[in-house]
Ligand binder design. Structure first.
Ligand SMILES: *Cc1c(COP(=O)(O)O)cnc(C)c1O
Length: 363
């Protein structure tokens, strides 16, 4: 089987020839009087420039080109979704036959992979992160063995990992992709890549068509409400997933906002803000580590810190009393004593530190 076609063998057989919905924007017809989509002849009074009257481009071309540029791929390798959440859902639906093809995850990890697997009735294979004393790392030998033994169609690797903060080196991802060639798609979720000192797995697509990468504008690009995520994968797979996606998934105003947010000058501002968060991450990590009652602060390549406490409930309550809401991780495997704290502005981080320090005085 050729490298070009092998990843398509991972798609559900019943969807291989699926044409999807043929939308009014997807045909090659050209005219200047558009009467093929039952749109209104007039703009809504609230829509002063009349930009929302027509259905949007299903994959807004200018935004797709800009994102492809940003992530070092071609537009044909990139699918824009309503957040990377939608891309995760599409992958599970298109690749996993219910009750048969499994999804592999590495808990504690981002919960959407398991949610989408559950909705598709895809068996869930769990390979826990391993604490080597330094960090909570993916156990890649176990990932490979479990994926092969358990008929995984999708393997989700989160790098930087949410909430653990650890990363997976590129040569290790490549090792997994090679071992699972023809068996599973290895999806590298790079939602926090902007904060990490690590090259993107996008470069692996040139040699491994069973690699896919997830990126998002929700975190470093500060556009969570616009719901713009990207899946980067083999063009044939992108085309198939596009046919499985809703007809007009990307609202026009969201596409416009995203494109504006990715202008040269705004990308520069984003990069400098990422540097500030990284500096704050170091400061917060060091300051937290010396607070009494803090057992451990994991090193993090994301914009958050995973922290173990002697009494996580007391820490959570003290923060809440000070008006600071953090993520309680205690229900997650291995994290019975942990909170995840997003790195905020300097003032916000100071609030965290003073609330936790005051708790010591009170105790
Ligand atoms: C936040 C997050 C996402 C979700 O991104 P959206 O693009 O907002 O859907 C995906 N993966 C991980 C690991 C995340 O933490």
């Amino acid at each position: 089987m050729s490298a070009a076609s092998s990843v398509m063998a991972l798609v559900r057989p019943d969807l291989q020839a699926f044409a999807g919905y043929s939308s009014a924007r997807s045909s090659a017809l050209v005219g200047d009087v558009w009467l093929n989509a039952n749109e209104s002849a007039w703009a809504n009074p609230a829509d002063s420039e009349g930009r929302a009257r027509r259905y949007p481009d299903p994959q807004p071309a200018a935004l797709r080109a800009r994102l492809a540029d940003l992530y070092n791929c071609t537009p044909e390798q990139l699918l824009i979704g309503r957040g990377s959440d939608e891309a995760i859902d599409l992958l599970v639906r298109a690749l996993c036959e219910p009750g048969r093809d499994a999804v592999l995850v590495t808990p504690p990890v981002f919960g959407m992979y398991a949610v989408c697997a559950r909705l598709q009735n895809a068996p869930l294979l769990e390979v826990p992160l391993r604490d080597d004393g330094e960090a909570l790392n993916a156990d890649l030998d176990a990932v490979i063995a479990t994926a092969l033994a358990g008929n995984a169609k999708l393997v989700f690797l989160c790098s930087p990992s949410n909430p653990a903060g650890s990363t997976i080196a590129l040569d290790q991802i490549e090792r997994v992709a090679r071992a699972l060639q023809g068996r599973a798609l290895v999806v590298v979720d790079e939602a926090y890549a902007e904060y990490a000192a690590l090259p993107s797995a996008v470069s692996l697509l040139a040699t491994h068509d069973n690699v896919a990468v997830l990126r998002t504008l929700s975190k470093a690009h500060a556009l969570a409400a616009a719901r713009i995520g990207s899946l980067i994968a083999a063009p044939a797979l992108i085309a198939l997933l596009r046919r499985c996606q809703a007809p007009y998934p990307i609202p026009g105003p969201c596409a416009d906002l995203a494109l504006a947010g990715l202008s040269d000058s705004n990308l520069q501002l984003t990069a400098s803000r990422v540097e500030r968060i990284k500096a704050e991450r170091s400061r917060l990590q060091l300051a937290l580590a010396v607070l009494p009652g803090v057992l451990r602060v994991y090193p993090s390549q994301g914009n958050y810190l995973l922290v173990r406490f002697a009494d996580a409930q007391q820490a959570f309550d003290a923060l809440l009393d000070a008006g600071v809401v953090v993520r309680d991780q205690r229900a997650a495997p291995q994290l019975h004593d942990a909170l995840r704290i997003t790195v905020g502005s300097t003032l916000e981080n100071d609030r965290v530190l003073s609330a936790l320090a005051a708790r010591r005085v009170a105790a």
